[in-house]
Design a protein. Structure first.
Length: 302
């Protein structure tokens, strides 16, 4: 199983265009050891030729340009993208679909709730029908796995996560199963598995079981502390907006410490998070706990 991190940042990327927090200011000035980041997305393949794109961020064009394996081969137009899995209907994960409108119909896998949001409150699917069109495929939430044509040797199993729909959603304050999912990706020939959940606000028993059994977990690295956004004048708590912070009692570090098997990787890192500074004490804490921080163009192979 080959995994390419196309983007490792949270919404807005790093630095964020309108932010002068200590991280953004310092990375622009070159005064900290840190890498810039596009918004969160990964691609997965079993053969290095046919790929599944997980989420389509607003940065998708630049992400694909920096990834030669997915470029058209032996014809004027084409792509290595066989399908796109949208794990939630957040703007940061779906807007890039509009950038991909110049080709054939997009094969999109998503839950019924995500399809509803992307056909109503943020009607990207409707817009795409005037360009390339959409072949949408429902993702089951009953524990059944599914496969994707031309993606040999991989199967996918979705897990419903506790979450809220995006602010624009008609059911923002009426949560439904399927608003947000995590995904188990298993290579059939080897049995190796990856668990992917860039938005994870609560580790429920079924999620804990999946993470403990995985060979690699790529999970929510958005915030270091619950009240981190206060530093940029936004009185929002991480847990309230669906992200489990790394530090503190009940945080991501504490939970990941209970897992012996998987490789542990954080993704979807907000521009305010001190772990972006590779020489920070927070990054050193992660190193001590054996937790990696993903970066753009990172390659993972299981």
């Amino acid at each position: 199983m080959k995994i390419r991190v196309l983007g490792s940042g949270a919404g807005g990327g790093f630095p964020q265009w309108n932010c002068s927090c200590p991280n953004c200011k310092a990375v622009r000035a070159g005064t900290i050891k840190a890498s810039t980041r596009n918004q969160s997305s990964i691609a997965i393949s079993s053969d290095g030729e046919h790929w599944v794109l997980f989420n389509a961020s607003p940065d998708v064009r630049a992400q694909l340009e920096s990834f030669p394996e997915i470029h058209p081969k032996n014809k004027v137009r084409g792509t290595g993208i066989e399908a796109i899995v949208i794990i939630d209907s957040q703007i940061d994960h779906a807007t890039g679909l509009l950038i991909l409108r110049e080709g054939d119909p997009l094969n999109i896998y998503c839950t019924d709730m995500v399809k509803q949001d992307l056909s109503t409150g943020f009607p990207i699917f409707n817009i795409l029908e005037h360009f390339c069109g959409v072949n949408d495929h429902p993702i089951p939430l009953n524990g059944d796995s599914f496969t994707i044509p031309n993606i040999d040797d991989l199967e996918f199993t979705a897990l419903a996560l506790k979450s809220k729909a995006p602010p624009y959603s008609p059911h923002r304050n009426d949560p439904h199963e399927g608003d947000n999912i995590g995904m188990i990706i298993r290579q059939i020939s080897t049995g190796k598995t990856t668990f992917y959940a860039p938005g994870l606000g609560l580790i429920e028993p079924h999620v804990e079981k999946a993470m403990a059994a995985a060979d690699c977990v790529m999970v929510d690295g958005t915030f270091w502390t619950d009240d981190e956004l206060a530093s940029v004048g936004r009185p929002l708590l991480a847990r309230k907006i669906g992200h489990l912070p790394q530090s503190g009692a009940g945080g991501m570090i504490e939970f990941l410490d209970t897992l012996d098997k998987p490789r542990k990787i954080l993704i979807h890192i907000n521009n305010t998070n001190p772990i972006l500074n590779e020489e920070s004490k927070e990054r050193d804490i992660l190193n001590q706990h054996g937790i990696e921080v993903s970066f753009d163009n990172m390659n993972i192979e299981l």
